[in-house]
Design a protein around this ligand. Sequence first.
Ligand code: BEZ
Ligand code: FE
Length: 300
Amino acid sequence: MDNPEQGQAEMGTRDLSGDALTREVLACFAGAEPARFREVVQSLVRHLHAFAREVNLTEEEWLAGIEFLTRTGQMCSDQRQEFILLSDTLGLSMQVVGINHPAAGGSTESTVFGPFFVPNSPRYRNGDNLANGAPGEPCFVSGQVRSATTGESLGGAQLEIWQADDEGLYDVQRANLPAPQGRGQLETDAAGRFWFWTVKPVPYPIPYDGPVGELLAAARRSPMRPAHIHFRVSAAGYRPVTTHVFVSGDPYLDSDAVFGVKESLIAPFERHEPGTAPDGTAQRQPFYTMRYDFALLPTA
Ligand code: BEZ
Ligand code: FE
């Protein structure tokens, strides 16, 4: 039977298997409150039962699955969220992003949040260097935040920025750093503009020394992500956007381990010889520039 709910509800929990078992488990959740919890848990039961039956799951396979999930939980700590990595590498995180933030109304597109955001990162002023000592080639980033509907520039918008250094590591992956590196908060000026220095991002592998790494290796999948800078952009009266800007030409744009790349989020990072940068500063070594404008949708 394709839809187990189409049959008769069983009386009690004896002698159940197949569709009758699924129906009875669903019935056990029929009184669950609130209704949204009931809907989610019943759907989960339906899909889990259908999955086991579709693949004729053996007991050894299910035990291996439970052991995998157990190790995933045991790998989690204040510094490491292996379940987010699992969700990301299964494409589930991007499904949830797509459901909740569909491309709409000219807004900047969203992408996966990832595990390396840290709240309350240092506050900087436009023109400051967020790298704060992180290794890498200097990169000047600028842009404007606008309303996606009227095009008006949004002064006082907030940007949170975080990225890996040129060894592919976030500051939280390094022991004993005296201060955050490659992350910070900025506010746009009255014309909605922002500008800051950082280091040019490079491609890096997601952490693959745990159960998720085993999963990728078993599937012969690469753990690499294309180079990117994370942004979370918000303004009063507008829907916040959590996204990345990816480096055009990166070799991993079409094989992101977490499926986060969107065409509209790819931007050129232009290389320049030593000279005067767009903010008027003299640069004695080669540097990069990247410009990206963000558009936010009003909440109402
Ligand atoms: C990141 O971009 O920081 C990230 C996203 C998903 C998994 C691992 C890392
Ligand atoms: Fe990242």
